[in-house]
Design a protein around this ligand. Structure first.
Ligand code: ATP
Length: 279
């Protein structure tokens, strides 16, 4: 592909010329999500700051993954309003929605890689979908670069997911999430199932990518070390809402029993002690 072709493909690509400059790339207002009689979210509000890593915590089944799915348009809200990059996603026209979708990357729980494709081919999937004009050779090059950016060795691009360790699969999923140079990155329990060293390395990578690529990160986690090490703020889901959002010291000033038990329980204290030892 010539430089002119590449330029042309970028001109045709949805919304690639603009980067969001506002304060809140994600705004959720009055969200209600319901499955039959089961209300998961009721009048939930959340604003994510541009350039932050927002940790999202809450007990099992409080609706963290459903919230992420609602934000990325995979779960239709029963009521409420969601804005991404200042545009409503809840009432978006299909064309506009596709444009917005190309500006975020998602690492689902378990990686969600296509098992019949190599890692490199997995990374190529969104490139093919959103940039069909890009030639095969350039697409392969971009995929290889994303694989390396995610901390995998170059030869990992030719491997199948079944040939990778759990930690490598997460990185492969991350490489795919980064395929389109997103502004927003959604990570659903990225360190679940990793050993503590692998988890710490993944956290470090997330922080470095956020800083070098200027990402905003929405990170669902149960991992207290991740919260202490890399999250700028933490949002707590309970009682069908975001009951508090702030830095960990700010959260500790609230007197909600779940927050108190979570951060001041044995695991919370151990995570804090470990952070202080590291200092
Ligand atoms: N497609 C669906 N149909 C019906 N109920 C659903 C569906 N998806 C999620 N739920 C329900 O919504 C609730 C919230 O689920 P969600 O996966 O968001 O929880 P979570 O906070 O991410 O939990 P965990 O920390 O265990 O992953 C759960 O009770 C779940 O059973």
């Amino acid at each position: 592909m010539s430089d002119t072709d590449l330029e042309h493909s970028h001109q045709n690509a949805p919304n690639r010329h603009e980067r969001f400059r506002g304060d809140h790339p994600i705004v959720v207002e009055g969200l209600r999500t319901q499955f039959g009689e089961h209300v998961v979210h009721d009048d939930l509000d959340l604003k994510v700051n541009r350039g932050e890593i927002l940790g999202v915590v809450g007990g099992s089944g409080t609706g963290k993954s459903v919230l992420m799915r609602a934000i990325i348009g995979l779960q239709q809200p029963t009521a409420g309003h969601i804005e991404i990059f200042g545009r409503s996603i809840t009432n978006a026209e299909p064309d506009e929605e596709i444009g917005v979708r190309s500006r975020w990357g998602v690492l689902f729980q378990g990686g969600a890689l296509f098992s019949t494709l190599t890692v490199g081919e997995n990374v190529e999937v969104p490139l093919k979908q959103f940039y069909p004009e890009i030639g095969a050779e350039l697409r392969r090059e971009i995929a290889r670069y994303k694989v390396m950016l995610s901390g995998l060795p170059e030869d990992a691009a030719a491997k199948y997911p079944s040939e990778l360790s759990g930690g490598m699969k997460k990185r492969a999923g991350l490489a795919r999430a980064l395929a389109l140079d997103p502004e927003l990155l959604f990570l659903d329990e990225p360190t679940a199932g990793l050993d503590p060293i692998g988890a710490a390395k993944f956290d470090q990578l997330t922080r470095e990518l956020k800083e070098t690529l200027g990402l905003t990160v929405f990170l669902i986690t149960h991992d207290l070390d991740t919260l202490y090490e890399i999250c700028d703020r933490v949002a707590v889901l309970a009682d069908k809402k975001v009951i508090a959002v702030g830095t960990i010291p700010e959260l500790l000033e609230t007197d909600h029993p779940w927050i108190d038990e979570y951060f001041n329980g044995p695991r919370g204290r151990a995570a804090l002690a470990s952070k202080e030892r590291a200092r």
